[in-house]
Design a protein around this ligand. Structure first.
Ligand code: B12
Length: 167
């Protein structure tokens, strides 16, 4: 619907944020059909000024790999809540890291990673060892995730780094 009267333009402009926002891929894993976790993460990230592509639930491994290779996101956020996160996560990160182009991509995983009562400490250790940059189990404060994301420079900014510091 077209607006007949345009609302008045604000007189002042919000100063541009120093952080220009990241290209983020939000995804679940092949076995997981839950979706509200993904919507939550998308809204959270968009609210902080990031651009989100949400692949949705039950994402086949190869689709995730293909999307990462095609989009080269600054950050991949894997969410899983059905209790199979440890196995799914290990398999997915192994496939992503097997591509040289994705070895340095920031990839995190979070949610209800195992079934109730399973050891969160072990899950974090295993998933980190498998190649995730960070693991956010259920119950972890969301501020930890926000701080982690905020510390990632966008790829455009990384390209502009002096060669000595670039990876
Ligand atoms: C709705 C629901 C469903 C719906 C999903 C519909 C849909 N379109 O999403 C349906 C009916 C399909 C479903 C199916 C199943 N479900 Co279900 N489901 C739920 C329920 C009731 C709510 C989930 C929800 O939407 N929460 C709202 C979102 C916003 O919150 P969230 O998912 O908890 O995510 C939060 C955090 O985990 C965190 N988070 C998540 N990911 C990430 C990632 C990062 C990086 C970070 C930082 C944070 C983060 O942030 C979110 C906000 O706090 C929960 C129980 C509950 N009360 O949580 C069970 C639950 C998740 N389901 C469960 C199970 C077992 C199943 C089934 C296996 C049941 C079955 N036997 O068929 C199937 C699995 C299907 C599959 N293939 O995955 C279990 C998982 C057990 C576990 N992990 O210990 C739960 C916990 C129920 C229970 N108590 O047993 N489910």
């Amino acid at each position: 619907m077209e607006l007949k009267h345009r609302p008045a333009q604000p007189r002042t402009r919000t100063p541009r944020a120093a952080h220009t926002g990241l290209d983020v891929l939000v995804t679940s894993v092949a076995s997981d059909a839950h979706t509200w976790n993904l919507i939550y993460l998308q809204l959270l990230l968009e609210e902080s000024g990031h651009r989100v592509t949400n692949l949705g639930a039950c994402v086949p491994d190869q689709l995730l790999v293909d999307e990462c290779l095609a989009r080269r996101p600054d950050l991949v956020v894997v969410s899983t809540v059905n209790g199979h996160g440890l196995n799914d996560g290990r398999r997915v990160i192994e496939q992503l890291r097997s591509h040289p182009e994705l070895r340095d991509t920031q990839v995190v995983i979070g949610g209800k990673l195992g079934i109730a009562g399973s050891e969160q400490g072990d899950q974090i250790a295993e998933l980190t060892k498998a190649g995730f940059n960070a693991v956010f189990p259920d119950g972890a404060a969301i501020t930890g995730f926000n701080d982690f994301v905020q510390a990632i420079p966008a790829r455009s900014a990384r390209r502009a780094l002096p060669l000595a510091g670039a990876r």
